[in-house]
Design a protein around this ligand. Structure first.
Ligand SMILES: NC(=O)c1ccc[n+]([C@@H]2O[C@H](COP(=O)([O-])OP(=O)(O)OC[C@H]3O[C@@H](n4cnc5c(N)ncnc54)[C@H](O)[C@@H]3O)[C@@H](O)[C@H]2O)c1
Length: 360
C-alpha cells in the first residue's frame, strides 16, 4: 500500500491530502475531527458503494447523512438550501465537521454549505472521481450553479483534510475516469514536461488502474494544482493557467448541448485546439503540438471538434465566454510542454478563421 501525505499550504490554511488504497478502511479521521459529530453529504450513486465503509471508519462518532440526487442539475441553490435546512435541523455546531463523499458536484455543494453554515465549518473532502481527486477537491473553490451560469454562487473555503482513496476509482465509469485523465494531461502541459512524458510511458498501467501508478499520478497532478493555487489562492493571476483548453472546451460544450460530451472530453478537444492555435501563432513548436495531440489520443480521448458543429457558432460562444471583453479573447496557450502563457491579444476574427480551417 502506498499512502502519500501531501501537505498543502495557502495564505489562509494548511492541510493534508492523503492518497492511497483503501484509505476509507483506515482510522484516518481521529486526529482531525474536533467534536463527536460529523455530517456526511453524498449522492444516491456513490453512497451504495462507499457510505457504509466510511461510517465504519467513523464508528464512535455521531454520524448524520444527507444524500442528494445524482447530477450536475442538482448543484443548485435549492439543493444547498435543503442541505442547510437538514444540517440546522440536526443542530450541527461550528466545531462539527462536514464530510463530502463523492465527485466534484458533491464536493462543491457540500463545500459551499460548509462555507456558509455558522459562518464557516470544517469540511473533509473524500473525492471519489479521478477529476475530483486531482482537481476540484484541491484549492478550496466551492459553488452552486445559477440558471445564468455555472458556479456563479460560491465561496473560497479550504478543506481541513482531503482523503483520496484510489480504490474508489474501480467503480467509476470509464468515460468519467478519462475525464480525470484529461485534467491530469492539462496539469502536465501547464507545468511539468517530465510528468507529461511519464504519462505517455505509463498509459497502459494507468488505463488498467494499476494502483501504485495511480497513486503516483494523482500525487504529481495534485502537487501541480497545489503549487499553482498556493501562488494564487483567490484566482487573481496564475490560477488562470488552469483554464488551458477551457475556452475552446466551453464553447464546444455549449454548441454541442450539454450532455453530448462530458466536460473532460470537451477540455481534451479544447487542449488540442489551443495547441494547434498556439502553433499557428508561432508560440508552440510543431513537435510539441504533435506531442500534445498524440498523448490525448493515446488515452482514447477525443481530439477533434464534432463534425456537426459550426465554426462561426463556436467563435460566437467564445466571444460570450465570461472571461472575455469586447472583440478580444483571453486564451491560455501552451508555449512548450510544461509551460503556458496567457494571451489577451487574440482577436475573435483570428479564432473564427482558425476554426473554419480546422473544420474544413
Ligand atoms: N471546485 C473546483 O475547483 C472544481 C474544479 C473542477 C470541477 N469542479 C466541478 O466538479 C464537477 C464535476 O466533477 P466530477 O467530474 O467529479 O463529476 P460528478 O461529481 O458529477 O461525478 C461524475 C459521475 O460519477 C459518479 N461517481 C462519483 N464517484 C463515483 C465512484 N467512485 N463510482 C461510481 N460512480 C461515481 C457521480 O455520481 C456522477 O454520476 C462540476 O460541477 C464542476 O463544476 C469544481
Amino acid at each position: 500500500m502506498k499512502n502519500i501525505d501531501l501537505s498543502f499550504a495557502t495564505e489562509q490554511s494548511h492541510y493534508k491530502i492523503l492518497i492511497g488504497e483503501d484509505l476509507l478502511k483506515q482510522e484516518i479521521f481521529a486526529d482531525i475531527l474536533k467534536s463527536d459529530t460529523v455530517f456526511i453529504v453524498s449522492n444516491d450513486t456513490v453512497a451504495p458503494f462507499y457510505l457504509n465503509t466510511l461510517k465504519q471508519a467513523l464508528s464512535g462518532y455521531k454520524v448524520h447523512t444527507y444524500l442528494l440526487p445524482d447530477g450536475e442539475e442538482f448543484k443548485t441553490l435549492d439543493s444547498w438550501q435543503m442541505l442547510l435546512h437538514q444540517m440546522i435541523s440536526v443542530r450541527l455546531r461550528r466545531n462539527d465537521t462536514v464530510i463530502a463523499l463523492g465527485g466534484g458536484v458533491i464536493g462543491d455543494i457540500a463545500g459551499f454549505a460548509a462555507a456558509t453554515l455558522n459562518r464557516g465549518m470544517a469540511i473533509i473532502q473524500v473525492p471519489t472521481t479521478l477529476l475530483s481527486q486531482v482537481d476540484s477537491s484541491v484549492g478550496g473553490k466551492t459553488a452552486v450553479n445559477h440558471p445564468l451560469g455555472k458556479n456563479l454562487i460560491g465561496a473560497f473555503h479550504q478543506p481541513s483534510l482531503v482523503v483520496s482513496d484510489i480504490s474508489t476509482l474501480s467503480s467509476l465509469p470509464k468515460r468519467e475516469y478519462l475525464c480525470g485523465i484529461s485534467e491530469i494531461i492539462k496539469a502536465s502541459i501547464i507545468a511539468d514536461n517530465s510528468f507529461f512524458e511519464w504519462l505517455g510511458d505509463h498509459a497502459q498501467s494507468i488505463l488498467s488502474l494499476e494502483q501504485n501508478v495511480l497513486a503516483e499520478m494523482i500525487e504529481r497532478a495534485c502537487r501541480i494544482k497545489a503549487n499553482i493555487v498556493a501562488l494564487d489562492a483567490k484566482e487573481q493571476g496564475v490560477r488562470a493557467w488552469l483554464n488551458l483548453g477551457h475556452t475552446f472546451g466551453h464553447a464546444i460544450e455549449t454548441c454541442a448541448g450539454y450532455g453530448e460530451l462530458l466536460h473532460g472530453e470537451a477540455v481534451a478537444i479544447g487542449m488540442c485546439l489551443a495547441a494547434k492555435f498556439s502553433h499557428q501563432q508561432e508560440h508552440l513548436s510543431l513537435s510539441d503540438k504533435q506531442r500534445i495531440v498524440s498523448l490525448i489520443q493515446q488515452f482514447g480521448l477525443p481530439t477533434t471538434i464534432p463534425g456537426h458543429l459550426v465554426a462561426t457558432e463556436l467563435a460566437n460562444a467564445m466571444r460570450l465566454d465570461k472571461k472575455n471583453t469586447s472583440e478580444m479573447l483571453t486564451l491560455v496557450l501552451p508555449e512548450k510542454v510544461g509551460q503556458v502563457m496567457i494571451d489577451r491579444t487574440v482577436h475573435i476574427e483570428e479564432v473564427e478563421q482558425f476554426l473554419i480551417r480546422e473544420m474544413s
